[in-house]
Write a protein that binds this ligand. Structure first.
Ligand SMILES: Cc1cc2nc3c(=O)[nH]c(=O)nc-3n(C[C@H](O)[C@H](O)[C@H](O)COP(=O)(O)OP(=O)(O)OC[C@H]3O[C@@H](n4cnc5c(N)ncnc54)[C@H](O)[C@@H]3O)c2cc1C
Length: 388
């Protein structure tokens, strides 16, 4: 695979701090040198994540990178976003691993947990010694999780949880699961160690998308947890939605990484590919596609950069994240499809990246609020009316 050159048309590099550039560059190097050589084998075989890289990801500060304390890297939200961009430049499965660990599992413990819970779990999670998964979606409730059937009932000093969660990233490799369940007081979140009696994870096979990522179904049958495993600060659906907002923010950065990989590959390819006596790069239709790609990447970079500033200033509104997730993932998907097209038949094999990113981005468009759901969120924000 040729060396990656990142598109930076409007010289964003110049407005980044040294720390932000360093964080980005160290992950860029890790992805090129350590991750990419392993990727094809994990995708071709059974579809698995290269777990052997988890300790290095921990050392690089990739888990909970924008959280403070407890062994987390404490990056600002621009550095954190750039890191996720670089991870997804490698593969959406790699960024998903970091997003689930950091935004969906460490964030709720950090934000909704007690001091004892933070000290118990976060340092090991930051190092990658403890892996988390986030159990919100159920077989019958994805976009509308308020209808979830999983229930936690009080029993003595603790709780008993019953239910099924589906499409759970890292489910079968996790040491602990953040499980969202209905209770008599509404939705509550629990940290459930996966070796508890009654907890089972089974992997979902046959995925075309996110093959370098483990996706599982979780079965909880009379799983008992003590009350000290309940996250006391999470009350109602705002608990899981707060986590999703963190993850969506990272996805909006990550999608740019996937788009950059596709663009870079397409530019290199069309310069070398000779059609009708000359390079494909010299054809007007090719150039129109490349112009679209670079323009949309540049717009997406500035959209999320401004949102990162607002997030660091504490001025972020969740609708802003919806706009960035919706736009940047959709844009990246269009770019991946265009790049795949420019590569012709070569574009359908895994010696090239475009098709892998393209099918990955189909998942990214669906999870963490589908494209349609973010449209509805923004539509309600504009009109004040919840669309039916
Ligand atoms: C690889 C992968 C990993 C995942 N990882 C996790 C994880 O770690 N944890 C977790 O909890 N979940 C995870 N998910 C689940 C994901 O979040 C859900 O798939 C997503 O929320 C969509 O839910 P659904 O699949 O049930 O689709 P549905 O909600 O059934 O949606 C189907 C279609 O209907 C549309 N739709 C839904 N509601 C409306 C409406 N009101 N109006 C108009 N259109 C509508 C949607 O946009 C979509 O096009 C993962 C999914 C995948 C594919």
């Amino acid at each position: 695979m040729a060396e990656f050159t990142a598109p930076d048309f409007l010289k964003i590099d110049e407005i980044l701090s040294d720390e932000e550039r360093m964080a980005r560059d160290s992950v860029r190097e890790f992805v090129s040198k350590e991750f990419m050589p392993l990727l094809q084998q994990h995708i071709r075989q059974d579809g698995s994540f290269p777990m052997e890289l988890v300790p290095q990801l921990g050392e690089l500060g990739m888990f909970g990178a924008n959280l403070q304390g407890y062994g987390c890297a404490g990056m600002n939200n621009i550095a954190y976003g750039l890191v996720l961009q670089e991870l997804e430049r490698g593969d959406s499965g790699l960024r998903s691993f970091a997003s689930v660990q950091g935004s969906l599992c460490m964030y709720p413990i950090h934000t909704y947990g007690t001091e004892a819970q933070r000290e118990r779990w976060l340092p090991g999670m930051a190092q990658g010694e403890l892996i988390g998964c986030f159990g919100l979606t159920e077989p019958d409730f994805g976009s509308h999780v308020g209808g979830m059937l999983t229930r936690a009932e009080r029993r003595g000093a603790g709780w008993v949880i019953n239910g099924t969660k589906r499409w759970i990233t890292n489910g079968s490799v996790a040491d602990l699961a953040i499980i969202w369940a209905q209770t008599d007081q509404g939705v509550r979140g629990f940290v459930v160690e996966t070796d508890r009696d009654g907890f089972e994870a089974r992997d979902i096979k046959g995925k075309f998308s996110l093959r370098a990522s483990v996706t599982s179904e979780l079965f909880l049958q009379d799983v008992e947890v003590p009350d000290e495993n309940r996250l006391p600060g999470a009350e109602g659906l705002s608990g899981p939605l707060g986590c999703l907002n963190q993850a969506r923010y990272g996805i909006a950065w990550g999608a740019i990484g996937a788009a950059m990989a596709c663009y870079d590959e397409a530019v290199q390819y069309v310069k070398d590919r000779i059609v009708q006596g000359g390079p494909l790069a010299g054809k007007q239709l090719t150039q129109e596609k490349l112009v679209y790609m670079l323009t949309e990447i540049t717009k997406a970079q500035f959209l999320i950069l401004r949102i990162a500033q607002l997030k660091d200033q504490g001025k972020l509104h969740h609708t802003m994240v919806s706009m960035a997730k919706r736009n940047n993932v959709d844009t990246a998907l269009q770019i991946a499809r265009m790049a795949r097209d420019l590569l012709g038949a070569n574009g359908i094999v895994d010696d090239y990246q475009a098709m892998r990113h393209m099918v990955n981005l189909e998942t990214v468009r669906t999870y963490e609020g589908t494209h349609d759901i973010h449209t509805l969120i923004l539509g309600e924000h504009i009109t004040g009316m919840r669309a039916l």
